[in-house]
Design a protein around this ligand. Structure first.
Ligand code: F3S
Length: 407
């Protein structure tokens, strides 16, 4: 790889051991992916900060780096961690203690403690064509597809290396020629809420793998629906970029989405959407003991909707309702009175953590209800939960009645 004089000095350790190590990581990745050079980036988002992903060895690695003076040189946000810093959720003490060690180490390196998979809801919004190095598959799908930023699916260490150097190898989705679509999905299925978009992403993700899907016929989705579509594509498949005709910035027309590329066409009717929903449902027992909303983390608008659904209602005593968001959104939701309505009903608005990367299984839950395709996809393996998947209204009804009703 060609390096500038400054980069050569970084590689040789002139800016300290952490930057030298970061350069080693980036150069190794560049060699693997055939990058000719590094490019400057405007921001990084570090993921894999849960104790589940980091482990104790990773915790010590981060502490060691922080102790050696590692400091990020561009705005670098942090993904979800596994505890709620604002309250005691009765998670195991040892877990919470070690989890906070990870967070402290990254904050010491200068990362923003947003602790969220939706930093774009907290003011970190990459611009069209801006090169970034973000980890967290749902955030990568959103920034690439909806904002038109340039990003590859980074891992935690490579995103941190980029935060420490302000650079990433030039390859993959940083290059315009690699951003054209592979398969056109003509959608005639009715899409009325987040769970429908999640089911669409789940169905398409299983077919498309890491290729680039292009959607036609999804009209005018909300930001949250696009976030959940990307999260589903990124979890059931390995999608880092999708286009939607007339919706996302690189796809005003079918021609612009594909360029000269030949492409396959697949129809998505109500039947395929139903298949997507069925794949996300693994429970048989209708008794629900845990309802979790907010994967990716809820927007303010989603929390408002939840407060309306919970107004003058009570979550069943044997059922726990957790709504995941980040500190910034929670603060606003509190100011606006939404958190009070939810908590008066017996729900909990968590901050910084989530079901998959936290440890709610330690509290003994068995049957989860959610409207999140990503949570439904990972929870059986990650938490050992059986899952009911459906709309947010369906989930809140389950929290109140303690059981899942057929739609
Ligand atoms: Fe976010 Fe955790 Fe889901 S990081 S996308 S809430 S698995």
């Amino acid at each position: 790889m060609q390096l500038t004089d400054v980069e050569k000095r970084m590689r040789d350790g002139e800016q300290g051991e952490p930057v030298r190590m970061a350069m080693e990581i980036l150069m190794a990745l560049g060699e693997i992916y055939g990058a000719e050079r590094l490019i400057p980036i405007r921001s990084a988002h570090v993921a894999g900060l849960s104790l589940k992903s980091h482990g104790l060895a990773g915790t010590e690695w981060a502490e060691d780096l922080a102790g050696k003076g590692a400091r990020v040189c561009i705005p670098t946000t942090m993904n979800v961690i596994g505890v709620d810093r604002s309250r005691d959720l009765k998670l195991p003490e040892e877990w919470a203690k070690n989890q906070l060690r990870i967070e402290t180490a990254y904050e010491c390196m200068g990362c923003f403690g947003t602790s969220s998979c939706v930093p774009y809801y907290c003011g970190f919004v990459p611009r069209f064509k801006e090169h970034i190095a973000w980890a967290e598959s749902s955030a990568v799908a959103f920034t690439n597809s909806v904002l038109g930023a340039r990003d590859n699916r980074e891992g935690g260490p490579s995103a941190l290396a980029s935060g420490l150097t302000g650079r990433t190898p030039l390859h993959g989705l940083h290059l315009d020629e690699n951003r054209k679509g592979d398969v056109l999905f003509k959608v005639s299925a009715p899409l009325t809420n987040i769970a429908d978009y999640g089911a669409l992403g789940s169905y398409v993700g299983r077919i498309i793998g890491t290729r680039i899907p292009v959607f036609e016929g999804i009209n005018v989705p909300s930001i949250e629906e696009l976030v959940y579509l990307g999260a589903a594509l990124g979890s059931s498949g390995g999608v880092a970029l999708f286009h939607a005709i007339g919706v996302t910035p690189e796809a005003p027309t079918v021609g612009s989405a594909f360029g000269d590329k030949k492409y396959e066409i697949i129809e998505v009717t109500a039947k395929e959407l139903e298949e997507g929903k069925e794949k996300l449902t693994s429970a048989k027992d209708r008794k629900v003991d845990y309802v979790a909303i907010g994967c990716p983390h809820c927007s303010l608008n989603q929390i408002k909707e939840l407060s309306i659904l919970l107004q003058d209602r009570k979550v069943k005593e044997e059922t726990t309702l957790w709504i995941h968001t980040n500190v910034a959104i929670k603060h606003l939701a509190k100011q606006l009175g939404y958190v009070k309505v939810i908590e008066d009903a017996g729900g909990v608005v968590t901050q910084d953590l989530c079901t998959i990367l936290g440890n709610p299984e330690a509290l003994g839950f068995k049957i989860l209800a959610t409207n999140s395709p990503k949570m439904a996809f990972y929870a059986p393996g990650s938490n050992g939960f059986n899952v009911w998947y459906g709309s947010v209204k369906h989930c809140i009804d389950a929290a109140v009645s303690g059981s899942w009703k057929s739609s």
